[in-house]
Design a protein around this ligand. Sequence first.
Ligand code: NAD
Length: 364
Amino acid sequence: MTRHIVTLIPGDGIGLETSAAMQRVVAASGADIEWELAPAGAACMEEHGTPLPESTIEAVERNKVAIKGPITTPVGTGFRSVNVALRKTLDLYVCLRPVLSIPGAGGRYEDVDLVIVRENSEDLYAGIEFEEGSEGACKLIDFVEKSGAGSIRPDSGISIKPISVTATRNIVEYAFEYALKHGRKKVTAAHKANIMKHSDGLFLREARGVAKRYEGKVAFDDKIIDAFCMSLVMDPSQFDVIVFPNLYGDIASDLAAGLVGGLGIAPGANIGRDCAVFEAVHGSAPDIAGKNLANPTAEILSAAMMLDHLGELEAAERIRRAVRGVYARGEHLTADIRRATGSGAIAASCTEFTDALVAALEAE
Ligand code: NAD
């Protein structure tokens, strides 16, 4: 059996609990993983003076594969998102989020099976912002006025939304290649090209251009993002692979997670040409952190995606089978799932759920 060295960034909040659970489950799956711990986040800021040390980036670059728990981002003030910085520094241009029903998880539908492909490097997440009243904001407002493009109130803060031909082609190509590789039938591009003609309009134009190259192999259509949201909620089966600019993809990920039982079961990956960082869709959930209430399924299924990526297909499938088994039996389910299913049964803690999963793996 091949031993793989994987960087583990436990994160903060519930990340500490879900990462520990994930490690136990991966060990029980039979995969031979050596974890190399790397810090990031608020506690790391206190200890190392930065929320994302160079040594953490170097560890991911060296090992090529990492899994991370969520990291809290201070709202409005404080350090910028570590997640965004990690994605940009390592050029993890793809955010891949499969959305799959798990029977027993309390989904609104029984058979959701779609894949979200979200552009991960630009759009409003580019982090190019001008504080209200700053010199940069004033200059920009002046430039916009003088160029005749429109007017901006002088007391505005400004976030820039760049969408490039390069990044759009890359992400749409990834979506089509993913569809081909995994026998998917259709790619849908979601956008707001009717309003933002030079950013979303460019995204749609380039998506159509890439789609032409796949004609006859993978179908293509597009949807305006607001109509997309309604259609998704009413009938998710009409979608297959969906490709988004960054912000819409982020919002649609949580929406889609809500269809299958919630954030507790939604896995994901950030993928670049050299490295991949696997992580759940959810955040650090400060409301339940440290209480042993978190559902670790999302991080565990992210680990299954990681094992696929490492070529450990059997271990990955064993984990997914064990997850389906525990949900189907329904005896040890966490509080979020009890709420989603409307069940009055006593909820399992994060540890009890993980015990059940490990027992299922060991009983195979
Ligand atoms: P969140 O995803 O942390 O929580 C939203 C709701 O879902 C909360 O009620 C929470 O209790 C619940 N929830 C989330 N994951 C759960 C799980 N595994 N089990 C049970 N319940 C779960 O979103 P938020 O509250 O908007 O964000 C909290 C912090 O996380 C913020 O600082 C945000 O910036 C950060 N965040 C980080 C990442 C990341 O690291 N990739 C992603 C999203 C948000």
